[in-house]
Design a protein around this ligand. Sequence first.
Ligand SMILES: Nc1ncnc2c1ncn2[C@@H]1O[C@H](COP(=O)(O)OP(=O)(O)OP(=O)(O)O)[C@@H](O)[C@H]1O
Ligand SMILES: [Mg+2]
Length: 272
Amino acid sequence: MRKIAVMNQKGGVGKTTTSVNLAAGLAMRGKRVCLIDLDPQAHASLHVGVEIVGDTPSVYHAFAGAPMAQVKRLVAPNLWLVPASIDLAAAEVELADTPGRELILRESVSAMLAAEQFDYLIMDCPPSLGVLTINALSCAEEVLIPLEPHFFALHGLSKLLETTALVTRRLNRKLRVGGIVLCMFETGTRLAADVSADLQAFLSGSDPQAPWAKARLFNARIRRNIKLAEAPSFGRPIFDYAPKCPGSLDYMQLVEETIAMEVPALQLAAAA
Ligand SMILES: Nc1ncnc2c1ncn2[C@@H]1O[C@H](COP(=O)(O)OP(=O)(O)OP(=O)(O)O)[C@@H](O)[C@H]1O
Ligand SMILES: [Mg+2]
Protein backbone atom coordinates (compact mmCIF):
# COMPACT_ATOMS: atom_id res chain seq x y z
CA MET A 1 0.00 0.00 0.00
CA ARG A 2 1.09 3.57 -0.56
CA LYS A 3 0.84 6.30 2.06
CA ILE A 4 0.88 9.74 0.50
CA ALA A 5 0.93 13.11 2.31
CA VAL A 6 -0.27 15.96 0.10
CA MET A 7 1.66 18.86 1.51
CA ASN A 8 2.70 22.45 0.94
CA GLN A 9 2.89 25.03 3.72
CA LYS A 10 1.66 27.68 1.32
CA GLY A 11 -2.10 28.19 1.37
CA GLY A 12 -4.44 27.81 -1.58
CA VAL A 13 -2.11 25.95 -3.95
CA GLY A 14 -4.41 22.98 -4.64
CA LYS A 15 -3.63 20.51 -1.82
CA THR A 16 -7.24 19.71 -1.01
CA THR A 17 -8.41 19.68 -4.64
CA THR A 18 -5.56 17.29 -5.43
CA SER A 19 -6.10 15.05 -2.38
CA VAL A 20 -9.82 14.66 -3.01
CA ASN A 21 -9.70 14.16 -6.76
CA LEU A 22 -6.69 11.86 -6.66
CA ALA A 23 -8.39 9.78 -3.94
CA ALA A 24 -11.69 9.71 -5.83
CA GLY A 25 -10.02 8.83 -9.15
CA LEU A 26 -7.99 6.01 -7.61
CA ALA A 27 -11.17 4.65 -6.02
CA MET A 28 -12.91 4.79 -9.40
CA ARG A 29 -10.04 2.76 -10.83
CA GLY A 30 -10.80 0.03 -8.30
CA LYS A 31 -8.24 0.89 -5.62
CA ARG A 32 -9.25 0.84 -1.97
CA VAL A 33 -8.53 4.35 -0.74
CA CYS A 34 -8.65 6.00 2.67
CA LEU A 35 -8.60 9.82 2.59
CA ILE A 36 -7.58 11.46 5.87
CA ASP A 37 -8.50 15.11 6.34
CA LEU A 38 -5.86 16.72 8.57
CA ASP A 39 -6.94 20.31 8.12
CA PRO A 40 -9.19 22.00 10.73
CA GLN A 41 -10.79 23.88 7.80
CA ALA A 42 -12.26 20.44 6.87
CA HIS A 43 -12.34 21.32 3.17
CA ALA A 44 -11.55 17.78 2.02
CA SER A 45 -14.46 16.45 4.10
CA LEU A 46 -16.83 19.06 2.67
CA HIS A 47 -15.57 18.32 -0.83
CA VAL A 48 -16.83 14.74 -0.51
CA GLY A 49 -20.08 15.89 1.06
CA VAL A 50 -19.34 15.36 4.76
CA GLU A 51 -19.91 18.03 7.37
CA ILE A 52 -19.16 17.18 10.98
CA VAL A 53 -21.67 18.55 13.45
CA GLY A 54 -21.70 18.17 17.23
CA ASP A 55 -19.68 15.35 18.67
CA THR A 56 -19.62 13.08 15.61
CA PRO A 57 -16.29 11.21 15.55
CA SER A 58 -13.59 12.89 13.49
CA VAL A 59 -9.83 12.77 13.15
CA TYR A 60 -9.65 14.89 16.28
CA HIS A 61 -11.01 11.93 18.24
CA ALA A 62 -8.42 9.66 16.63
CA PHE A 63 -5.72 12.02 17.95
CA ALA A 64 -7.38 11.72 21.35
CA GLY A 65 -7.17 7.91 21.21
CA ALA A 66 -10.37 6.74 19.47
CA PRO A 67 -9.75 3.85 17.03
CA MET A 68 -9.48 5.23 13.50
CA ALA A 69 -11.56 2.30 12.23
CA GLN A 70 -14.51 3.80 14.12
CA VAL A 71 -13.91 7.29 12.77
CA LYS A 72 -13.68 6.48 9.07
CA ARG A 73 -16.78 6.24 6.91
CA LEU A 74 -17.52 5.04 3.40
CA VAL A 75 -18.30 8.00 1.12
CA ALA A 76 -18.22 6.32 -2.31
CA PRO A 77 -17.44 2.82 -3.61
CA ASN A 78 -13.84 2.01 -2.50
CA LEU A 79 -13.43 5.43 -0.88
CA TRP A 80 -13.32 5.96 2.88
CA LEU A 81 -12.96 9.30 4.62
CA VAL A 82 -11.55 10.11 8.04
CA PRO A 83 -13.22 13.50 8.39
CA ALA A 84 -11.96 16.64 10.12
CA SER A 85 -13.75 19.39 11.94
CA ILE A 86 -12.79 22.72 13.43
CA ASP A 87 -12.09 20.90 16.74
CA LEU A 88 -8.84 19.81 15.15
CA ALA A 89 -7.50 23.35 15.58
CA ALA A 90 -7.39 22.64 19.33
CA ALA A 91 -5.27 19.54 18.80
CA GLU A 92 -2.19 21.63 17.99
CA VAL A 93 -2.40 23.23 21.44
CA GLU A 94 -3.56 20.15 23.33
CA LEU A 95 -0.74 18.03 21.92
CA ALA A 96 1.95 20.58 22.80
CA ASP A 97 2.99 18.73 25.99
CA THR A 98 2.27 15.19 24.82
CA PRO A 99 5.41 13.04 24.49
CA GLY A 100 5.61 11.35 21.08
CA ARG A 101 3.01 13.76 19.68
CA GLU A 102 4.56 13.54 16.19
CA LEU A 103 3.76 9.82 15.96
CA ILE A 104 0.12 9.66 17.09
CA LEU A 105 -1.30 9.45 13.57
CA ARG A 106 1.20 6.79 12.50
CA GLU A 107 0.24 4.60 15.46
CA SER A 108 -3.46 5.13 14.91
CA VAL A 109 -3.15 4.27 11.20
CA SER A 110 -1.05 1.16 11.95
CA ALA A 111 -3.74 -0.10 14.31
CA MET A 112 -6.38 0.40 11.60
CA LEU A 113 -4.22 -1.33 8.96
CA ALA A 114 -3.75 -4.36 11.21
CA ALA A 115 -7.43 -5.11 10.69
CA GLU A 116 -8.17 -3.71 7.24
CA GLN A 117 -6.15 -3.24 4.06
CA PHE A 118 -6.13 -0.28 1.70
CA ASP A 119 -4.19 0.33 -1.51
CA TYR A 120 -3.78 4.04 -0.84
CA LEU A 121 -3.81 6.31 2.16
CA ILE A 122 -4.03 9.97 1.13
CA MET A 123 -3.54 12.69 3.71
CA ASP A 124 -4.62 16.27 3.06
CA CYS A 125 -2.35 18.54 5.13
CA PRO A 126 -3.14 22.02 6.44
CA PRO A 127 -1.17 25.02 5.11
CA SER A 128 1.45 25.03 7.88
CA LEU A 129 4.37 22.98 9.10
CA GLY A 130 2.80 22.44 12.53
CA VAL A 131 2.19 19.24 14.49
CA LEU A 132 -0.61 18.00 12.18
CA THR A 133 1.60 18.17 9.09
CA ILE A 134 4.50 16.57 10.99
CA ASN A 135 2.14 13.74 11.97
CA ALA A 136 1.27 13.24 8.29
CA LEU A 137 4.96 13.18 7.33
CA SER A 138 5.74 10.70 10.10
CA CYS A 139 3.00 8.41 8.86
CA ALA A 140 3.58 8.76 5.10
CA GLU A 141 6.09 7.15 2.79
CA GLU A 142 5.60 9.61 -0.05
CA VAL A 143 5.09 13.35 -0.18
CA LEU A 144 3.11 14.79 -3.06
CA ILE A 145 3.64 18.52 -3.46
CA PRO A 146 1.08 20.60 -5.34
CA LEU A 147 2.73 23.75 -6.59
CA GLU A 148 1.32 26.81 -8.26
CA PRO A 149 3.77 27.86 -10.96
CA HIS A 150 4.77 31.39 -10.08
CA PHE A 151 8.02 33.19 -9.42
CA PHE A 152 8.17 32.44 -5.66
CA ALA A 153 7.18 28.79 -5.95
CA LEU A 154 10.75 27.54 -5.88
CA HIS A 155 11.57 29.61 -2.76
CA GLY A 156 8.77 27.96 -0.80
CA LEU A 157 9.79 24.60 -2.16
CA SER A 158 13.24 24.66 -0.55
CA LYS A 159 11.72 25.22 2.92
CA LEU A 160 9.34 22.37 2.31
CA LEU A 161 12.11 20.04 1.18
CA GLU A 162 14.22 20.94 4.23
CA THR A 163 11.31 19.97 6.48
CA THR A 164 10.93 16.68 4.65
CA ALA A 165 14.65 15.99 5.04
CA LEU A 166 14.44 16.76 8.76
CA VAL A 167 11.50 14.42 9.27
CA THR A 168 13.31 11.75 7.25
CA ARG A 169 16.35 12.01 9.53
CA ARG A 170 14.57 12.24 12.86
CA LEU A 171 11.23 10.47 12.60
CA ASN A 172 10.67 8.49 9.43
CA ARG A 173 13.49 7.03 7.36
CA LYS A 174 11.06 5.72 4.75
CA LEU A 175 9.82 9.17 3.75
CA ARG A 176 10.53 10.32 0.18
CA VAL A 177 9.22 13.09 -2.01
CA GLY A 178 7.31 11.15 -4.66
CA GLY A 179 6.40 14.00 -6.92
CA ILE A 180 5.44 17.56 -7.64
CA VAL A 181 2.27 18.41 -9.47
CA LEU A 182 1.71 21.81 -11.02
CA CYS A 183 -1.76 23.13 -10.21
CA MET A 184 -3.71 26.14 -11.51
CA PHE A 185 -1.53 25.87 -14.57
CA GLU A 186 -1.99 28.60 -17.19
CA THR A 187 -1.29 26.82 -20.46
CA GLY A 188 0.72 28.77 -22.96
CA THR A 189 2.18 31.33 -20.56
CA ARG A 190 5.89 32.00 -20.47
CA LEU A 191 5.95 31.93 -16.66
CA ALA A 192 4.41 28.47 -16.39
CA ALA A 193 6.90 27.10 -18.93
CA ASP A 194 9.84 28.77 -17.13
CA VAL A 195 8.84 27.43 -13.72
CA SER A 196 8.40 23.91 -15.15
CA ALA A 197 11.88 24.06 -16.72
CA ASP A 198 13.50 25.44 -13.51
CA LEU A 199 11.84 22.75 -11.45
CA GLN A 200 12.95 19.98 -13.77
CA ALA A 201 16.52 21.32 -13.70
CA PHE A 202 16.43 21.54 -9.89
CA LEU A 203 15.22 17.94 -9.54
CA SER A 204 17.73 16.52 -12.04
CA GLY A 205 20.59 18.33 -10.29
CA SER A 206 19.70 17.29 -6.75
CA ASP A 207 21.94 15.36 -4.36
CA PRO A 208 21.31 11.62 -4.94
CA GLN A 209 21.07 11.09 -1.15
CA ALA A 210 18.35 13.72 -0.70
CA PRO A 211 14.84 12.43 0.02
CA TRP A 212 13.66 14.21 -3.13
CA ALA A 213 16.33 12.75 -5.43
CA LYS A 214 13.81 10.50 -7.17
CA ALA A 215 10.91 12.94 -7.13
CA ARG A 216 9.18 13.32 -10.45
CA LEU A 217 7.55 16.34 -11.94
CA PHE A 218 4.24 14.86 -13.05
CA ASN A 219 3.45 15.19 -16.74
CA ALA A 220 -0.12 15.89 -15.71
CA ARG A 221 -0.54 19.64 -15.41
CA ILE A 222 -3.72 20.68 -13.60
CA ARG A 223 -5.02 23.56 -15.63
CA ARG A 224 -6.94 26.41 -14.04
CA ASN A 225 -10.54 25.34 -14.49
CA ILE A 226 -13.59 26.89 -12.86
CA LYS A 227 -15.34 23.52 -12.55
CA LEU A 228 -12.66 22.45 -10.06
CA ALA A 229 -13.54 25.46 -7.92
CA GLU A 230 -17.28 24.79 -8.17
CA ALA A 231 -17.25 21.06 -7.35
CA PRO A 232 -16.53 21.41 -3.57
CA SER A 233 -19.69 23.42 -2.97
CA PHE A 234 -21.68 20.49 -4.36
CA GLY A 235 -19.78 18.04 -2.14
CA ARG A 236 -18.67 16.04 -5.15
CA PRO A 237 -15.30 15.13 -6.68
CA ILE A 238 -14.71 16.46 -10.18
CA PHE A 239 -15.31 13.10 -11.91
CA ASP A 240 -18.81 13.11 -10.54
CA TYR A 241 -19.55 16.83 -10.85
CA ALA A 242 -18.20 17.50 -14.36
CA PRO A 243 -16.63 14.35 -15.79
CA LYS A 244 -15.74 15.84 -19.17
CA CYS A 245 -14.23 19.17 -18.10
CA PRO A 246 -10.47 19.87 -18.44
CA GLY A 247 -10.04 19.56 -14.65
CA SER A 248 -11.45 16.06 -14.73
CA LEU A 249 -9.17 15.02 -17.62
CA ASP A 250 -6.11 16.51 -15.90
CA TYR A 251 -6.79 14.77 -12.59
CA MET A 252 -7.45 11.48 -14.37
CA GLN A 253 -4.01 11.80 -15.97
CA LEU A 254 -2.53 12.31 -12.49
CA VAL A 255 -4.38 9.21 -11.29
CA GLU A 256 -2.98 7.14 -14.18
CA GLU A 257 0.57 8.40 -13.61
CA THR A 258 0.24 7.64 -9.90
CA ILE A 259 -0.90 4.09 -10.63
CA ALA A 260 1.95 3.67 -13.13
CA MET A 261 4.42 4.43 -10.28
CA GLU A 262 3.24 1.38 -8.32
CA VAL A 263 6.09 -1.06 -7.81
CA PRO A 264 4.99 -4.41 -9.19
CA ALA A 265 4.75 -7.07 -6.47
CA LEU A 266 7.09 -9.34 -8.44
CA GLN A 267 9.78 -6.67 -8.51
CA LEU A 268 9.46 -6.23 -4.74
CA ALA A 269 9.77 -9.96 -4.18
CA ALA A 270 12.89 -10.07 -6.37
CA ALA A 271 14.48 -7.22 -4.40
CA ALA A 272 13.82 -8.93 -1.04
N1 LIG B 1 -6.95 23.95 -11.08
C1 LIG B 1 -7.80 24.79 -10.46
N2 LIG B 1 -8.55 25.67 -11.18
C2 LIG B 1 -9.39 26.52 -10.57
N3 LIG B 1 -9.58 26.59 -9.25
C3 LIG B 1 -8.87 25.73 -8.47
C4 LIG B 1 -7.97 24.79 -9.03
N4 LIG B 1 -7.42 24.09 -8.03
C5 LIG B 1 -7.96 24.55 -6.89
N5 LIG B 1 -8.84 25.55 -7.14
C6 LIG B 1 -9.59 26.34 -6.17
O1 LIG B 1 -8.64 27.18 -5.51
C7 LIG B 1 -8.90 27.24 -4.12
C8 LIG B 1 -7.71 26.67 -3.34
O2 LIG B 1 -7.55 25.31 -3.68
P1 LIG B 1 -7.38 24.20 -2.54
O3 LIG B 1 -8.40 24.38 -1.47
O4 LIG B 1 -7.28 22.89 -3.20
O5 LIG B 1 -5.95 24.63 -2.01
P2 LIG B 1 -5.25 24.22 -0.63
O6 LIG B 1 -3.79 24.23 -0.92
O7 LIG B 1 -5.84 22.97 -0.10
O8 LIG B 1 -5.67 25.43 0.30
P3 LIG B 1 -5.41 25.52 1.88
O9 LIG B 1 -3.96 25.84 2.00
O10 LIG B 1 -6.31 26.61 2.36
O11 LIG B 1 -5.74 24.18 2.48
C9 LIG B 1 -10.19 26.47 -3.90
O12 LIG B 1 -11.26 27.36 -3.94
C10 LIG B 1 -10.23 25.50 -5.09
O13 LIG B 1 -11.56 25.13 -5.42
MG1 LIG C 1 -6.64 22.56 1.78
